[in-house]
Design a protein around this ligand. Structure first.
Ligand SMILES: *[C@@H]1O[C@H](CO)[C@@H](O)[C@H](O)[C@H]1NC(C)=O
Ligand SMILES: *[C@@H]1O[C@H](CO)[C@@H](O)[C@H](O)[C@H]1NC(C)=O
Ligand SMILES: *[C@@H]1O[C@H](CO)[C@@H](O)[C@H](O)[C@H]1NC(C)=O
Ligand SMILES: *[C@@H]1O[C@H](CO)[C@@H](O)[C@H](O)[C@H]1NC(C)=O
Length: 332
């Protein structure tokens, strides 16, 4: 039998591994390959936005999408008045699907302003929404100044909140998106993390880690990105510091039963079920027009800043050595 000291060391190492998830790079989507790896979704917006999601060639011809300034530009039309057909915009989805992993998005700019509803998110394509789950990493509407991170699932997923930045709290522990429910959200109070505050700092980095135990989001403003986030192929999330949001599955939510086969999505819709519905509650926006649709139809100039500029989206998987195994039995 090993001496007791071996057992103590083994136990300590096991705890360490549980927190320190080592990753290795899988995909590096940048100005060199982004559009080879994402599809344009040319469909009606299911959230009823005043938007016309155009196909790839149209988007590029109309300068709504392309490689630009060292990154990937994705935006809405900002030159034409539009009718109720909607303002041209884009929604792109990764060709690959993912189960678990670390996803790091580095954005120089995100869409901002009244009428906008941008999102950087993932969702399960099989089974169909919401049963494959949805993870909203960056999302908000109108002149909102802070980011909302949200999970949407089928019935039977109740989470708890981890140790996150002070000010963040959980809207509800029930992530079910059926029966008129809206998922479970953690809303940041950091005004550098969304919209104009984010853009004023030349953006920043959002990282999302998805394991069997939890779903965690970190935000790093451009001027405080720690070493080991962008400058490595093998990030270790135990060095990422306090997250902006963390949803822990525990007994209430078997994460692997509710989140699977996710694609990565970046979209920009306008008005619709969120931005349009809360227009009246946003004094900055109501001062500009009486309804969201009226504003979006008649004010192309207002959408000059309604674009994403993506430096990179990178994906990582856990290295097998860091996957949590059952501790090895002692050999006799
Ligand atoms: C990702 O690709 C870019 C070029 O598009 C390169 O500069 C960068 O070093 C790559 N990053 C990693 C981690 O491989
Ligand atoms: C855009 O993204 C948000 C992300 O939460 C999503 O709810 C909405 O349906 C999306 N609009 C579409 C389908 O493009
Ligand atoms: C698809 O894109 C074309 C142009 O690229 C556009 O005319 C059409 O309205 C789009 N269809 C939908 C359903 O968004
Ligand atoms: C959530 O946060 C807001 C402001 O940050 C606070 O007013 C509210 O009381 C909090 N709710 C809970 C349930 O902690």
């Amino acid at each position: 039998m090993p001496r007791p000291v071996t057992l103590v060391l083994g136990a300590a190492a096991f705890t360490g591994i549980a927190n320190a998830q080592q990753y290795k790079l899988v995909d590096n989507f940048t100005e060199e390959n982004f559009f080879d790896n994402f599809d344009f979704i040319n469909q009606t917006d299911p959230t009823h936005g005043l938007v016309n999601y155009v196909a790839a060639q149209t988007a590029n011809n109309q300068r709504l999408a392309g490689y630009y300034s060292g990154g990937v530009y994705l935006g809405a039309d900002h030159t034409n008045q539009v009718s109720s057909d909607g303002r041209p915009s884009v929604r792109v989805e990764s060709k690959k699907t993912y189960n678990h992993g670390l996803f790091i998005g580095d954005f120089a700019h995100m869409p901002e302003g009244c009428g906008t509803w941008p999102a950087f998110w993932t969702y399960g394509i099989n089974p169909t929404w919401p049963d494959g789950g949805e993870i909203d990493i960056i999302e908000g509407v109108n002149a909102q100044e802070t980011n909302a991170m949200t999970l949407h699932t089928g019935a039977g997923c109740s989470v708890t909140m981890g140790d996150v930045h002070s000010g963040t709290n959980l809207t509800t522990d029930n992530c079910n998106d059926n029966e008129g429910k809206n998922g479970c959200g953690e809303h940041s109070t950091d005004t550098t993390g969304y919209g104009s505050g984010f853009n004023a700092k030349s953006g920043g980095v959002y990282a999302m880690e998805w394991t069997s135990e939890s779903i965690t989001v970190w935000y790093f403003p451009r001027d405080s990105i720690p070493d080991g986030v962008l400058d490595t192929d093998t990030p270790d999330t135990s060095n990422f510091g306090t997250p902006a949001a963390q949803f822990i599955g525990g007994d209430g939510c078997i994460i692997d039963d509710h989140f699977m086969n996710h694609v990565i999505v970046i979209n920009l819709t306008l008005c619709g079920d969120w931005a349009g519905k809360v227009w009246d509650e946003d004094s900055t926006c109501t001062a500009k027009a009486s309804t969201c649709n009226e504003y979006v139809e008649n004010n192309p100039d207002a959408f000059t800043d309604a674009y994403w500029l993506v430096n990179s989206v990178r994906t990582f998987e856990q290295t097998s050595s860091s996957k949590r195994d059952i501790p090895k039995p002692f050999t006799a």
